[in-house]
Design a protein around this ligand. Structure first.
Ligand code: 4NP
Length: 199
């Protein structure tokens, strides 16, 4: 499973999301089965480390961003990554404009996964102050926690479906019908949840 976080410059929000999500995933059932990266929709800062303010505020929460380097999103990313997670609507619009149609469904807003956060987008802190960098961390933590939970659920559905399928192959027709009803229910549950729709 490969996740790419995307913002504008790849020096404030998306490297923060990369570091926070990596830490939360490593403490979850996803540990060892998820790869994380980040990129920017523009290449102004390509090769640069994260903004010193992002490094400093993340460090206060035990997240080390010092080794990260900025890069621009490339077309191959849509093939290489399973989920492309944007910080704001502008990033989503840019990503959709360069994404092959078959991969559009991979593009989602991070805060679509946040349970209680009132914001829909992670605000750009670049021209802001310390409080703005703290807010970025707060909402990124919440979105990342939701994304970890979503991926853990997806992983267990896949495992349960696989187990049911193995059983139905061995079993009779009735078991097969049960498995089909189960997978259809899961798909409908997902479709019914607006927040995870492509935006
Ligand atoms: P980011 O923040 O998209 O969260 O990395 C920004 C970084 C740099 C600029 C704008 C936003 N900039 O204009 O250089």
């Amino acid at each position: 499973m490969k996740i790419l976080f995307v913002c504008l410059g790849n020096i404030c929000r998306s490297p923060t999301a990369e570091g926070v999500f990596r830490k939360l995933a490593s403490e979850s059932p996803l540990a060892g089965s998820v790869e994380v990266d980040s990129a920017g929709t523009v290449g102004f800062h390509a090769g640069d480390p994260p903004d010193p303010r992002s490094i400093e505020h993340a460090a206060l929460r035990g997240v080390d961003l010092r080794g990260l380097r900025a890069r621009e999103v490339i077309a191959a990313d849509f093939n290489d990554f399973d989920h492309v997670i944007a910080m704001d609507e502008r990033n989503v619009a840019h990503l959709k404009s360069i994404c092959p149609a078959r991969h559009i469904g991979k593009i989602k807003l991070l805060l679509a996964f946040a349970d209680t956060c009132k914001l829909r987008e992670v605000p750009d802190p670049y021209h802001g102050a310390a409080g703005d960098f703290e807010l970025v961390l707060d909402v990124i933590e919440e979105g990342s926690r939701g994304l970890v939970n979503y991926l853990v659920d997806q992983q267990s559905v896949a495992t349960a479906e696989h187990a049911e399928f193995a059983q139905s192959v061995k079993g009779h027709k009735g078991q097969y019908v049960r498995r089909y009803a189960f997978s259809r229910r899961v798909r409908e549950d997902f479709r019914g949840d607006d927040r995870h729709r492509e935006s």
